[in-house]
Structure formats: C-alpha cells, structure tokens
Design a binder for this molecule. Sequence first.
Ligand code: MCN
Ligand code: FES
Ligand code: FES
Length: 925
Amino acid sequence: MLKKRVNINGASMTLVADPETALADVLRGQLHLTGTKIGCGKAQCGACSVIMNGKVILSCVTKMKKVPDDAIITTIEGIGTPTNLHALQLAWVKHGAAQCGFCASGFIVSAKALLDENLNPTREEVRTWFQKHKNVCRCTGYKPQVDAVMDAARLMRGEITVADLSFQMPADGKILGTDYPRPSAVGKVTGTIDYGADFGLKMPPGTLQLKLVQAQVSHAKILSIDTSEAEKMPGVYKVVTHKDVKGKNRVNGLNFPNNKGDSYDRPILCDEKVFQYGDAIAIVCADTEAHAQAAVEKVNVELEVLPAYMSAPAAMEPDAIEIHPGTPNVYFKQENIKGEDTAPLMEKADVVVSMEDLFVGRQPHLPIEPDVAAAYYDDNGNLQILSKSIGLDIHALMIGEGLGLEAGKNLFLSQFSGVGGTFGYKFSPTIEALVGVACMATGRPVFLNFNYYQQITYTGKRSPFFMDVKFGANKDGKIIALEHNYAVDHGPYSEFGDLLTLRGAQFIGAGYGIPNIKGVGYTVCTNHGWGSAFRGYGSPQSLFASETLIDVLAEKLGMDPLELRYINAYRPGDTNPSGHDPEVYSLPALIDAIRPKYQAALEKAKALSTPEKKRGVGVSVGVYGCGLDGVDSAEVWVELLADGRVQVSTNWQDHGQGADMGLLATSHEVLRQMGIKPEQIKLVMNDMNLAPAGGPAGGSRSQVVIGNSAVNGCEQLVNALKKDDGTYMTYDEAVTKGIPLKYVGKWSTAADNCTACDEKGQGKPFAIYMYGVFLAEVEVDTKTGKAQVAGMTMAADVGEVINKTVVDGQIYGGLAQGIGLALTEDFEDLKKHTSMAACGIPYVKDVPDNIEIIYVNHQRKHGPHGASGVGELPLTSPHAAICNAIYNACGVRITQLPALPKKILAGLQGKEIPVVKRPIKNPAY
Ligand code: MCN
Ligand code: FES
Ligand code: FES
C-alpha cells in the first residue's frame, strides 16, 4: 500500500491505495466518484478521462504508483453539478451530445482541458483533440460533441448567453418537434446517473461478486467439471454449475413453429457441450472480484474438443456434424415468392445483372459500456434482476423456464438507471440468467460486470449474410424481376434466427416496385459468436446486396445510379417485397431532395480527384419497418396524481436512443390540451415491478407502437376529465365525481391489419416503414488503399419528428456506425478482434464533420402524431453508398465487407480480391 496526498476536485486528502491499482478504480471504488467510467479498460476509449496536473490522462491505465504526490486531479464531479452546470455540460445537453451518456464524463473532462488551453478552438482543433485523447462515442457520430464544445467556448468567451443554450419554451407550450432536452440529460452530463457498474459499487454489504469460467474453445463435449479446488480458494462462497440450476437450464429462443432449431438450444450454464468460444460453464461467487477471478483459474473442466464450424459455408458441408445433435445445421428456410415465375422473365429481360456471395459480416456492437447485471431477492421472495436489457418482459419470459421461475410472478427485471448503449445486442438476454442462477444458488445479492474482452467475445453479433442476387430489367431501367439466394450464419443459438432470415425476404430489393421475386434464404447454425439483433437487423445485409447490384445495373444500362433508383422507387400501385402497399411513397421526394447535393458532390469529386487521392460519390436507398413483425402491441398506464401531475408508465427501454424524451413529448402533445406542462409529467419506466410491458426497444418500433399506446392512454384521461365548458377537472373534482384516475393505453398493429409473413414471405408485417436516401463522398488513397469518408448526406422520412435533437442524433450516430460497417468493423478473428480498436470502432477522425440531414416529412396515418420510427434507418444502407462511392472513385468493387485498405489496394493493383464463397447454395432441407 502507498500513502499519497492528492487534491481531488479542490479537496485535499490523503489516500492509502495499492500502488498497482488504477486511479480509475480508486476514484470509483474508494472515493465513490463514479462519474468517471470504465469502458475498454485499455486506453482506447477515453471514458475514464480525468485531468491530472493540467493534462488529460486515462485513469484506467494510470496506476496509483504513477500518480505524483500532491497531484491535482479534476473529475467530472469537479466540473459542474446538476444545479450548477458548467458551460460544457449545458452545451452537451443542448446538442444532445449525451445519448446513452456513457462517454459523456470522459468527453467533457477532456474538452475542459482543451478549453483551459485554448478558449477559441476551430472545429478541426476540437476533433484533433478528441482523436489525440482517444475519446470515443458509439452513439452520436461526434458532430454533437464538436457542436457542444464550440458553443461552450462561445459562452465562456461571452459571445452568447446561458439562455442561448437553454430550452426556450414556445408560446404555445408545444414541445413536439423541438430541441427540448431529454429528461436524463443532466444526470448523464454530470456523471450522477448510475450505470450498472456504479450500481454494483453501491450494493449492500454481503453482495457476492461473480466471475465466469468460460470456454476457451468453440466446440466441445464437456466430460467433467471439477469445482473442488476452486471452492477452497480464499473468499469463495460457492462455485455454481449447471447442477445448481433449478429450472430447465435453457433460454427459450421463442422460435417460429416451422423452425427445425430447438427453442431450447442455448444453455444458461453449459452442461453437455460448449457451442461457442466464451460459453459460460461455471460461476464463481466470492467476496471480492479478485478472489472470484483467482478461483476461476482453479475450476477444472475436461473437454473433448470437436470440429468447430466458424462460418455458414463450413457448417453447410455435408460431412459437418450437427452442432446441436438431432437438429440439422441448416435449420430454417424462408422463401420470397411474389408475382410471376422469374425464370422466363430473366430470359426476356433486356438486361440481366447478377452477383454472388455479397457479404456483410459479423459487425460487433461495441457499446462503450460493457455488459453488466445484478440480482437479489426482494422481501417477497421474488427474484429481481437489473441489467441493460432492452426487452424486460420478453427476457423474463425467455429465461424464466430455465431458472424455474415465472415472469411477473416471482421473477422481475428492470433496467439500471443508466444504460451505456446496446445497439441491439441486448435484444437477446445475455447475463441476466447467469446472475439469476447465482442469486438463487447462494441466496445472496450478486453482481457481475464484464470486462471489455468479455463484452466483445461473449455477447451476440450481427449475423453474417452471404447473398446471391440477380436483377432482370427493361432497357428503360425498370426492374421486372429479382432472384436471390442467401445463407445466414447465426452462430450456435437459434433464438431469432428465423426472424432475421425473414428480414432478407422482406428487404432484399426493398424500396423498389419489383413485381416478380423468387428468393430463398437459409439459417445456418455455426460455432462462431451467436447472432443477436444489431441496429438495422437484416436490412444492412439485405440492402447491401440490392444496393450494390443496382449500381452494377446502372452501369450496364449506362444510366445514372440515382436516376435508376428514381425510376424504380415505390410509386402508387407498387408493392414491397412482402407484397403489400407502402404506407407512404416518399422515396421519389427523398431522391428529389438529395439530387442537387448529389450533383454538387459529383462536381466536387471531379475537381478534387488526383491520381494519389481519388474522390468518388455513391448513393443508396434505405428502408426498414417499425415493429416486431405481424401483430405488435404495447401498454401504457396514464394516471392523474393528487398533486395535479400525470404519471405515464411503461417499459420503453432506453439504450440511449431517448425513450424518456419520446414518451414525454408524445404524451405531452396530448396532455397539454388540459394545461399539463412537461415538468408535470412523471415518467415511470423500465421496471417490471412498476410499469406495464411496452415490448422490446428493437425494430425501431417504440415510437410507433408504444407512442400510439401513450397517445391512447393520454386521450382517455383527457376525454374523461373534459368538462362541458371545455375546461378540465382537477384531481379533487375527478375524485368527487368518481371519475377513474388511471387509464390503460393500448395500441396494436392489428389496427392496420398487419399479419405475419407466410412461407412465401408475403404478408403485411409492418404498419409503418422508414425511408431514406444516402449520399457518400469518399476519398481513396491509391498508395495505401485506404478509403476515407469525406462527407455524408442523408435525406430521411421518419414522418413527424417528435424531438429534433434526438432524431438528428439518431441519424448522425447511425451513419457513423455505417462508416464502421463499411470500412473497418469486424469480429471474425477470435484472436485479433479482441479490443474496441482492433474491432475497428470509428474514432472521431474516421467520421466526417461534414454530415447533413434533409428531412422530408410524410405524415403517417397510423403513427403517433404522424411519426414513424428512426433508430435503425440510418444504418440500413449507408455502407452500400460508401462502397458505391469507392467504386466511383477508383473502379474497385467491394463485395465483402469491411472494405479494408488491403482489399481496395489489391483491386487497384488489378489483383483478385480474396472472398469467402459458398460452395453449397441450396442445401438439403
Ligand atoms: N423519435 C422521434 N421522432 C420520430 C421517431 C423517433 O423523436 N419520428 C425518437 C424516439 O422518441 C426515440 C428515438 O427517436 O427516442 C428512437 O425511436 P424508435 O425509432 O422508435 O426506436 P426505439 O425507441 O424502439 O429504439 C430502438 C432503436 C434500435 S432498434 C436500436 S438497435 C438502437 C436505436 O434505436 N440502439 C441505440 N438507437 C440507439 N441509440 C443509442 N444511442 N444507443 C443505442 O443502443
Ligand atoms: Fe480508460 Fe477506455 S480508455 S476505460
Ligand atoms: Fe457516447 Fe453513448 S453517448 S457512447
């Protein structure tokens, strides 16, 4: 131990600490300054930034022995407080620079050090600073942070006032469509909101710390598990194995009835087999994390290693053994059959183009916050689990049987107050069942916090699609037929693999009125990372295929790619690939809106291109549905409180997208009729104990489905309280008159006759879609093959914008993830793709500052206040536009993502670009 005098946030103190402990751990663990966050833990993300003696340092890698005596340290807590925000915090709120907010403390601390040095930085200097200090944000696309620093500097220079950075209520009191700040913003920018790891530090004495014994191989039979040595280790309370699990020990994957995959193929704790690297085999429960980790090494697991099938083509080979014995590796098939037989039409078509094995890979989600969960028994003997779940009610259902509990009866899930981004990986339960099992086996409160390596290797990933596509078109450009064939590598667990495969049928060729389609997709079980939802869910894969091929078609026809899209974009009379009418026809207007930008970008590219740095422009169309597929519903409770406020309760889980803001603005728009102000609305969210099911926050469904339910509930209350003279009853009047105070708001897509798709992929799966057009400007370095995105423009139709700052932020952030998907992000190599940086997360300089959004608002008849969703739209196909721009720049066509420099360079040098192929296209099924 060492003793050190330090000054933290102005307070001088003496600290005794382990010299090898990181400053971040001392700040958080010993001083409870939990505003400083730990993301990567490896000097890659900046979440742990603090200022020490005037310099920004990464406290996760700064050991206490390196902290100088009398060091002056400033953490986020020393910058401003909720009641006394610093200019940076005010500007962060104003610009929506804290979505999930997990990066906010690190960024604000870093920016403070910048402004201490230079109160008048340029935007590029701000970007250079964040790049140098490794401040990473996965949510915002960085533009909001730069905007915030610029405004904070203006305020500090006295050029603007606090009022300029504060919300100004319009005269009509309407907050819909404004930049009203999300309710959770102040907590996020001051580091005062508790994320999972912060909650863990505040759990009661006696809480057990958990560490996992995880598989180090991808496929094996378990011969024995010996915990005896581990149980003797210091501080160990118990080592939990599958034998301690009281229920079925399986997660219920809720498979479609025609799925050959077993809904119960994912063990909570492995018993007979290991199916993927990282699978949990045992849980060590101990008094400290260090004791638990030391004992992990002592658990002896005997395995018989089996051949591992690390991709769909490998698992489809006829001699591949069944990963789940009794279930074929190809376990689900989805056709898309629409209109006439396509074979004769392809014969007749003036032009036919086709491509094979277009590939979108295993994109890792890379939230800055690693996975985390806690569990305890409440006083009623119910198991309470807290986590980052974005589907509390559905996850309770999925893990209940496995634990031997019943969702909503003796098993309740809730979210931590702060959730540091999920981007869809938490559409699947991850560690909820593990903390549940440990709590049940020990009877003690338990806490499990993944490190970033575990976050990467043992949470779900985007499922790779291998896709063949073929268009037949008339010489005027009208596409008359589409054929496709694809295989989905869904990893070892079948949960939602069927749904994802259906997305291929729904979105390959989406956006265009193609009358005749013949397609088929197969879901394949492999031993690579399990497939979970990732923003866009199937559309980034599907649209990469059709949005690449349409450019090839344009070239063959000698047409402009944007104009070819215009010709084929949905018009009245067209149906989408599922065979139903789009609810609005906004694509032609979106293309019209982007056309001048496109033409200007082409001119600019011509002017700026040099042999060393070639510039190009690419476009793509993006479409995605808002909903879970077929009938989708939600419930919202609306209740008048005695103090005159209105309580609105539901589980609209927040990953950072702004659920609180969505629920507030959507409800307020109805409630303001009776004079309710935003601050008079009490939101009760994301706790199964307190609020009804809103359904999972996936499929960009919440604004539409929960939003409609909120409108319904609020309307019921407003109508009930309305008096004949047009005024509204007070609480006391309502009570006196015996008017009910609480209303159950409901809405379902059945209101628009939605039906699940049939085996031919035909139906009406979504009431509402989102539409967009992407324009990418790219520069390719011909020496290195490195592509850099120089500008992105998106024309978007999300219907009525409920909150402008939130929607802008969703789009910026989604575009940045599209840049990563296109150029750098991957989780293929289990040895290499093991850190945030190695997985290719975009840093600020990888994302252009030049991002423009053009809104085209087509009101949705079935949308709340006319709104559609937005969350996934910006990640539907920006990567296709980027790859089209690379081709436009230098003639290299990338068919398999990511478009790494070595692939582009090979193309530039006229060499073959290596690709993974599927030898078997139509496996026995
Ligand atoms: N919204 C709006 N106006 C509209 C449509 C939506 O203001 N016309 C707002 C909503 O109020 C909500 C947000 O935009 O705050 C997204 O709404 P919606 O599209 O309905 O999506 P969900 O609330 O269902 O959120 C899920 C969606 C998905 S599926 C993923 S994945 C995702 C995403 O949103 N993950 C995110 N955005 C994310 N953003 C952050 N920061 N972090 C994630 O993990
Ligand atoms: Fe310290 Fe990522 S840099 S947590
Ligand atoms: Fe930056 Fe979520 S707001 S990581």
